[in-house]
Design a protein around this ligand. Structure first.
Ligand code: ZN
Length: 82
């Protein structure tokens, strides 16, 4: 029984190390797919074309993304420059 109790903590330590590594790689792959969603068309998967227009009166940059294949505008965001 003593041998069993001594071995148990070691086994738990090894499992924790493995799960941490797996969690790290899972987070990394999620981040990659989010970046891909952002730069690729959600309908056809083509690379999006980004355009930036600077509005000097309001000091903002408007970011438009459109898909050249689908001819749709997907995203428009304003970035304030201050
Ligand atoms: Zn598309």
């Amino acid at each position: 029984m003593d041998v069993f109790n001594n071995n148990k903590p070691e086994a738990i330590d090894t499992q924790q190390d493995d799960s941490i590594d797996a969690a790290d790689s899972r987070v990394a792959s999620q981040t990659d797919s989010r970046v891909e969603d952002f730069i690729k068309c959600c309908l056809c998967g083509s690379d999006l074309v980004f355009q930036h227009q600077v509005n000097y009166s309001s000091l903002a940059v408007r970011e438009d993304a459109h898909c050249p294949a689908c001819q749709i505008r997907l995203r428009s965001r304003d970035h304030i420059l201050h």
